[in-house]
Design a binder for this molecule. Structure first.
Ligand code: SF4
Length: 262
């Protein structure tokens, strides 16, 4: 694979998209056809495109090949849209990494929608970009996502990302970007990866600072790369019931396990 210089300026609240010509390239980790495994459109046959590069470094990131150690091949917008059309599914999921750090994203989403596909964009919600999507899937990162120095070392990353003063912790929440994404996308979901009880308290506290969301927009997903124990699922389900939030599965993991490209 060819490695590109991956990341535009990071940590900014807003990316201003410039019109991206069809010949413009994006760093792509992988594309594949599967079913959407998470969120409101779980089960929908989908073409996935994963952009290489992220402005965060979650301790438990399940796609380190797009964040901690990004792998990428340059692909043109036109080539990606052609592949999506030929996939014979009508839903495209643009994921990462963090798609919103790429100014070309708006043009990719527009081109896919013009080609007749519904588009979901998956983001951690730390960067705002003015664009159209059929579903904005926002996954704010909680304190439990912050890596320790040992985590960073195990992932082959720099210690700069680790701990309470590290780059991840400083960037993981951007209330302004989060609110703008919520306001701009009536069809949205806020999907939280939950490890333990303190995560639930942090979610309540975060939501109290945000406006314009509905309980049905809030999805809780158990952390882990395998099917959780029944006890763990039941604990999270009870929290969802108490708050009128939704339980979020990882259907692709149930079907294929942690196999890459599913
Ligand atoms: S935001 Fe997503 S891609 Fe980036 S490190 Fe966290 S889980 Fe991985």
């Amino acid at each position: 694979m060819t490695s590109l210089p991956v990341i535009p300026t990071l940590g900014e609240e807003t990316i201003s998209p410039n019109p991206a010509p069809d010949g413009e390239q994006l760093p792509i980790t992988e594309t594949f056809v599967s079913i959407q495994g998470e969120g409101k459109w779980t089960g929908v046959p989908s073409w996935f495109v994963r952009l290489a590069g992220c402005n965060l470094r979650c301790r438990w990131c399940d796609t380190p090949y797009s964040s901690w150690k990004p792998e990428s091949t340059p692909r043109t917008l036109a080539d990606l849209v052609r592949e999506a059309r030929e996939s014979a599914v009508d839903h495209a999921v643009i994921t990462g990494g963090e798609p919103l750090i790429f100014p070309q994203l708006a043009e990719l989403a527009r081109s896919l929608r013009d080609a007749g596909l519904r588009v979901t964009i998956e983001t951690a919600g730390t960067v705002y970009q003015d664009l159209h999507a059929d579903l904005m899937s926002i996954s704010p990162k909680l304190a439990s996502s912050t890596p320790s120095e040992i985590d960073a070392q195990a992932r082959g990353g720099s210690a700069d990302w680790a701990g309470p003063h590290g780059r991840h912790e400083q960037r993981r929440l951007n209330l302004d970007a989060l609110q703008r994404l919520i306001d701009a996308h009536p069809n949205r979901q806020l999907k939280f990866v939950v490890c333990t009880e303190p995560d639930l308290i942090e979610i309540e506290s975060l939501l109290a600072k945000l406006r314009n969301w509905q309980p049905a927009d809030i999805l809780l997903m158990p952390e882990g790369t395998s099917r959780p124990s029944a006890e763990r699922m039941q604990w999270l389900a009870r929290a969802c019931i108490a708050h009128r939030w939704q339980y979020c599965t990882r259907l692709h993991v149930d079907i294929w396990g942690t196999k890459r490209g599913t």
